[in-house]
Design a binder for this molecule. Structure first.
Ligand SMILES: NCC[C@H](CC(=O)O)[C@@H](CN)CCC(=O)O
Ligand SMILES: [Zn+2]
Length: 329
């Protein structure tokens, strides 16, 4: 055939193959999720999430010290309130000043001055009903009350010193509500707003819900997380959150939604796009590797390279500790 039919020469050498990628995975792209227990000495393995633990305040610094030394740059905090009867219809415990997330923000800011600390903002870990907001009598989310409450929780985390607040609730207009309060209180200049803009309902969050005790007590999240087929809705939600002041747009889950990551980069070409490889994706890769389908490390990289290829430059990944080692060698 003519000369243009010959491509092999462009990627026959390993270095030339690496040049074909627009983005390479680096340690600074990784955000590591942490489950913070309200029991100070807790350090409990999470059966459904291989190698993941929930940890109390007394166990956090010793655990993170070697990871920060190996290049950990960022964490995102999820509270796991275990105290009996601490959950109510408003998720009051979410912004308890002595609660797990606010205490951990203060502790980590003090202990690791260079660590970028993001706080997930939602109510589902703290509400008696397990939904990501405040409910109406008919069981649907009360949008106005939920945005008011979510933005209050975001403010509490930002006031405590979080570098980033990340609303994962999917209430309409919560990004605007948070941004307005950040501006009004004069801390918008030091707080990054990362929106879970396109977050889909589905079966990939089970292990997380086991870990965080955040399953809905009735119904599901199909009326506020996006329908898996809703590409247009995702594009509209991404455009809306950018207009409302999001500094980073996140897509979640990741591997089953690479087209959405690509859309997010297309719509938000002037913003960094993040993707969250969720608990179900992570557990599935571990299960398949254990079953001998593929090598764990190879698939951890291959799935993440696909997420980067789609347009993400930030990855929330439970593989972060391993990547710190794998990227070193
Ligand atoms: N606020 C929703 C939490 C949501 C899971 C759910 O829908 O219950 C995600 C946390 N942001 C789950 C993350 C994961 O599965 O890893
Ligand atoms: Zn939630």
């Amino acid at each position: 055939g003519d000369i243009s039919s010959q491509l092999h020469g462009g990627y026959s050498h390993p270095l030339a193959r690496s040049w074909q990628a627009e983005r390479q995975l680096t340690k600074s792209m990784l955000i590591y999720p942490l489950f913070i227990s309200d029991q100070p000495d807790d350090e409990t393995l999470i059966p459904s999430l291989p190698n993941m633990h929930r940890r109390g305040l007394n166990k956090l610094v010793p655990y993170l010290k070697p990871l920060v030394a190996r290049g950990l740059r960022s964490v995102i905090l999820f509270g796991v309130p275990l105290a009996p009867n601490c959950k109510d219809a408003l998720g009051t415990a979410a912004d308890d000043p002595s609660g797990p997330v606010i205490s951990a923000i203060r502790l980590l800011r003090k202990s690791f001055p260079t660590l970028f600390i993001a706080a997930d903002v939602c109510l589902c870990e703290y509400t008696s009903h397990g939904h990501c907001g405040i409910l109406r009598d008919d069981g649907a989310l009360n949008n106005a009350l939920s945005c008011e409450r979510i933005s209050d929780v975001a403010m509490a985390y930002a006031d405590a010193g979080a570098h980033c607040v990340a609303p994962s609730d999917m209430n309409d207009g919560r990004v605007r509500a948070i941004k307005l309060k950040l501006i009004e209180s004069g801390i918008a200049h030091r707080t990054l707003l990362m929106s879970y803009a396109a977050k889909f309902s589905g079966c990939l969050y089970g292990p997380f819900r086991d870990a965080a005790g955040s399953s809905p007590s009735f119904g599901d999240r199909r009326c506020y997380q996006l329908p898996p087929g809703g590409r247009g809705l995702a594009r509209r939600a991404i455009a809306r959150d950018i207009a409302e002041g999001a500094d980073v747009i996140m897509v979640k889950p990741a591997s089953q939604y690479l087209d959405i990551i690509s859309d997010a980069k297309d719509i938000g070409k002037d913003l960094p796009v993040a993707a969250y490889q969720v608990s179900g994706e992570y557990a599935m890769i571990h299960a398949a590797a254990k079953a001998g389908v593929f090598d764990l490390k190879t698939m951890a990289f291959e799935s993440t390279e696909g997420i980067l290829r789609a347009g993400a430059s930030i990855v929330i990944s439970y593989f972060t500790p391993e990547f710190l080692d794998w990227l070193e060698n």
